[in-house]
Design a binder for this molecule. Structure first.
Ligand code: ZN
Length: 335
């Protein structure tokens, strides 16, 4: 049995939880919660594959990757008749446009009822992976409640959501909640490497990810890189005492821009502390420039971070972006 695998980064808690379950003790419905981009859907998919895999095993977790079922589950897109999955945000609504299950952005409640009542094709489990689930209508929620009243044997629902509070409590109470924590930086690096990023990019993305692959990918996107460059240029001029143009601070980019400034200030403190030993930078691509900055005192650092925090709150109000960035500039300027 040691040749079975479960190829999912992080998620140690959920792995321990499911590794104790057997095909007999697994519940009918699970709700995976946790921040976006920490692997909830990846885990749900791997668990589904584990349930469908034909390899003999004592506990549910793990698959061989080679049996007929595993081949049908596939890596990108499933062709397994007993695995129904939806990628991305899913709203289950009332309207009935009779779309096929896997091409539907909006599964109808009627689809859901029909699908939940079908028998397994292969005589084993039937697994539903519904990512970022959102029941748009009472009809859809009712369809699911009916399912839980008399669940057919060997049907497992795996729902994921970053916002469990938005689910109806009647539904939520019937699901076993499994919490997914943020990923470790090394785990994000490994996932990005797996996605084809070179070592340097993967390290940078992971450093800026705050434990979320979604955030890491956003940070590595072209738009975001441009913004990072603009903000960094502004930052280095400001700390020299110049008054550069604040072209990065628009209504759309202000929030993200301030987050970038915050990372740069934290790195400045880490790399050039007034006393004590220097630490490691998050924004590794600016490390050489940050190392050339003068040492920063604890008082200046605290003041700057407080002002950035204030600016972030103001950024969510109607205060003009130029005023907000000016507030941050003054806290960072040596003049
Ligand atoms: Zn298999």
């Amino acid at each position: 049995m040691s040749d079975l695998k479960f190829d999912v980064a992080g998620a140690e808690g959920p792995k321990r939880f499911f590794s104790r379950l057997t095909k007999e003790s697994i519940a009918h419905g699970y709700l995976f919660t946790g921040p976006p981009g920490v692997g909830k859907k990846t885990f749900a998919r791997a668990l589904a594959q584990s349930l469908l895999c034909e390899a003999p095993k004592e506990h549910v977790l793990g698959y061989d990757g080679t049996c007929a079922s595993c081949v049908l589950v596939g890596k990108e897109e499933t062709r397994h008749p007993d695995l129904l999955e939806s990628a991305g945000a899913l709203k289950i609504g009332e309207s009935d446009e009779a779309m096929a299950f896997h091409e539907a952005d909006a599964i109808t409640s009627r689809d859901l009822v029909r699908q939940l009542s079908l028998q397994s094709y292969s005589g084993g489990f039937r697994v539903f992976v519904l990512g970022d689930v959102d029941f748009a209508s009472p009809a859809a929620a009712n369809a699911l409640l009916k399912f839980f009243e008399e669940p057919p044997a060997r049907v497992v629902l795996l729902l994921t959501t970053p916002t469990p509070s938005r689910l109806l409590s009647t539904i939520r109470s019937r699901l076993v909640e499994v919490r997914f924590p943020s990923l470790r930086q090394s785990e994000v690096t490994a996932i990005l490497r797996d996605k084809g990023f070179d070592a340097k990019k993967a390290q940078l993305g992971a450093a800026l990810s705050q434990g979320s692959v979604t955030r890491a990918l956003a940070a590595l996107s072209d738009d975001e890189e441009q913004l990072r460059d603009q903000v960094a240029q502004w930052f280095f001029e400001v700390v020299k005492g110049d008054t550069p143009e604040e072209s990065w601070a628009s209504r759309e980019t202000l929030d993200e821009g301030l987050e970038i400034v915050k990372t740069l200030v934290r790195d400045w403190i880490a790399l050039r502390p007034e006393s004590g030993k220097a630490g490691a930078a998050l924004a590794v691509d600016y490390e050489p420039k940050l190392k050339k900055l003068p040492k920063i005192t604890a008082a200046t650092a605290t003041n700057a971070l407080t002002k950035i925090g204030e600016a972030q709150r103001l950024a969510r109000t109607n205060v003009s972006p130029a005023l907000v960035s000016e507030l941050v500039r003054m806290s960072l300027s040596p003049n």
